[in-house]
Design a protein. Sequence first.
Length: 85
Amino acid sequence: MEEPIPRQVFSTSLKGAVLNWYTRLPLNWIDSFTMLIEKFGAQYTTCKSHHLMLVVLLNLKQEEDKSLCSFMECFSTVSVKIKDL
């Protein structure tokens, strides 16, 4: 079974909150690298689908040195990430 090497490589690449998550996994809970990938995916790919709240859009401000066009691009980018807007 060659799985310890991928697991070791995976763990050395972690930092911050992800490393904290990994080190708090119960001992012997992950029984394969495949399971580790599944748990990691369940924990972190769902974070990408979170929608921004309207308050983020309301707090956007045009910077003095930026054009109106630049601000509108930013506004549009943020607004599509707000659910049910």
